[in-house]
Each structure stands twice: as structure tokens, then as C-alpha cells.
Design a protein around this ligand. Sequence first.
Ligand code: S3P
Length: 426
Amino acid sequence: MKKILPIKNLREEIFIPGDKSISHRAIMLASLGNSTVEIENFLSGADCLSTVACMKNLGVDIKIAGEKVFVTGKGLFGLREPENILDAGNSGTTLRLLLGLTSPQNFLVTFTGDDSLKKRPMARVIKPLAEMGASIFGRNDNKNLPITVLKPQKKLRGITYKMPVASAQVKSAIILAALYAETPTTIIEPYPSRNHTEKMLKSFGANIQTAGNEIKIFPAESLIAPAKIIVPGDISSAAYWLVLATILKNSRVKIKNVGINETRTGIIDILKKMGAQIEILNAQESGGELFADLLVTSSNLRGVEFGGEIIPRLIDEIPALAVAAAFAEGDTIINDVGELRVKETDRLAAIVAEFNKISPKSFEATENSLTIHGGNKKFFAECKTFADHRMAMALSIFGAAAEGVQIDDADCVKISYPNFFTTLLN
Ligand code: S3P
């Protein structure tokens, strides 16, 4: 339980932790090289630590020293059969990507996870992997954890797969399996989702060709790891400060070293469309990933309507954007967000149930959309997070910008942002 009091403004500088998606991929890909990789600004959140534990169980040598991690790869064909069941905890990225990576291996692996992950759909990743020849068995007609991956009967085959939903986790699982296939694999996405796996694999020398929504992956014999991977700050974590600094009066804050990969910057585009002032400063590149400082100043917002192609570029930021919309003038309509129903919790249901306690009659959802009526009166409220880190952080900034809030579970922020409250309450 934690009580957050209203805060006046945000000033000066904020340093945010490493990107969660990139941290997972850095551990996994470094494990497949033949040398030691130093990972700088690694996110030591619970999700990425689940990936570390799984890769250690698969025989990889990983040492964590503060925000640096040293991974000594075993080579593309050097993973070993784990002695234990692999526990992905709360992390969909760990589970889905590792289903792809373990599908072609010559050994058996069983995965489990927490109560949230046990409910999340896995058929979306098992189906394409099975088409490639993987032997994967789960509970409930293969839809849920626990899931066992058997040694495939023969080498996986390349496929052409048209993805029904834009999901970077599903795409990445197929890409990792495709490295081991007999023939090339082509993936067609409905809209581009985050492309960190493709970018990082290219920096490891893999042959991956991207054109529009199509990705072609060629089988690899080995990967050549760079000596160092620098993880940019997580724009999904920066999102809370982008919103809070915009809606609080008299704020001006510089958020340092934020990843601005074009598949992740939908939050900046929409906040700007709503009237926010966000400047991108000192843009730099490392390992194919762009990062920059974001300077945000208080602004008056207006409601907007969006959906379609931009949704995968801001899918994790919708709880934060819903807070911004509650302070805007007029209605905001967010279409094509049915995927939020299968995140760590059903985020559409959670937003409607809990955000309306702070600003009554402001949030409405259909199966696939969210409407926010901006400008209504705000109250102090006691809210539930449903053990979802992004609900906890969005509720906290909502309360901080309104009349305060009490959340039942503050600990869950450790999934992606262990120091969130230190920064908020500073
Ligand atoms: C992620 C992909 C997204 C995102 C998740 C992280 C990734 O999920 O919501 O937080 O690292 O690939 P989907 O692939 O299910 O859209």
C-alpha cells in the first residue's frame, strides 16, 4: 500500500533506467555469441532478471555488477538442457522470446510463470513455431503455461508467416527460431512493431532484411557479439514524466538518454498532437538504437482521436496517455487497443474501474477502444493496481497531478522501474 500526495511541479533533470525490451534482448543475444559482452545501463527490473535466471539455467555465464552486466556467450549451438523448470515470472517478453529460442534446441525445456503470465495467450507464438516444426505443448489446448518445448523431430523449416496482430514478442520468437531453420523465414506484420531484435541481431552480423512490414531472416551459423551494448533509457518509463511534466503547471524537466527508436515514439507524437511541448535534444546512436534528451514543459492539452498503425508504437504508454487525456480539454478516443486486454492485467477494464475513482464518469471502454472525457473534477481515491506495474505508475502520476491517491500495491513497479517512487517523491 502506498499513498501519493499531490505534487506541485517537475523541474531539472530525470535519469530513467534502461529499456526493458532492449535489456532482455541484450542478455539473450549476448548468450549466443562466443565472447564476453559488457551490457551498460542494463535494467535490473524483475522482468529482465527473469531472463537472466532463465539464460543462466540454459548454461550461460552472466555476472551482474550494478548497472553493468557481463555475459559470456555459449555460441549459437552451445545452450544446454536446464536442470530446472524455467520461470519467466511476470514477463511475457522472457517467455515468448525464449519459446522461440528453445524451439530449435536439442533438448527439453519446461516453462512456468506467475498467476498473470499463466492467463496470458501463448497460442499466438506456439502456432507459428509449430508451423516451423517445433514441438510445444501447453495447458488448455496449448494456450497457457506451463509449457514444455521438446527437441524437434528434425531441423526447423523456414516459413512465410502473416501475423494476425502486430506483436514484437511473437515476431521476435519467430526470428530467434528462424536463425536455426533450414531455409529463410519471412514475417509480415500488419503494422510495424518495435524492431529491437532485428536491429540488435544485425549488429551481431545476422542476415536480416527489412522492407516495409516484411522481415526476412536467413539461417545463421554463428553470431559475432559486439564487445559492449549500451542500453538507452526506456521511453515507456519516461512516459510517466512526459505526461506529468505536461499536465502540472510550472514544470520544465529534462529526461536524459531516452531511447527514441521510431517504433517506440508514438507517445511523443500523440502528446505533441494534444498540444504538449517536447523537444528532442542531443540525439545520438549506439548499436543501431537512437537516444536523446527530452525537454518537456507544462502545456494545456486538447483531446484527440487516434488508432491503427500508431498503436504498436505506444501500446505500453496508453495508461499514461489516458491520464494526460483526463487533463485535456474535450474527449480523447483511442481505437484499436484490444491488445490491452491481454497485458499483465486487462488494462482497459482496470483503467475504467480504477481511473474513474479519481475522475468519475471520465473513462469508458468497448472491447477494442477507450474514450476519455477530459476536464472532469478529480478526487482523492483508493485504487487497485491488479499487480500491474504500468497501472501502479499511471495511477501514481494521476493522483500526484490531482488530489492524491492510495494504491494497494506499490511493489509491482519493480517489474520495469524499481526507482520510480524515489524519482516521483523526490
Ligand atoms: C514487448 C512487446 C510488447 C510490449 C511489451 C514488450 C517486447 O508486447 O507490450 O511490454 O519487448 O517485445 P506485444 O509483443 O505483446 O505487443
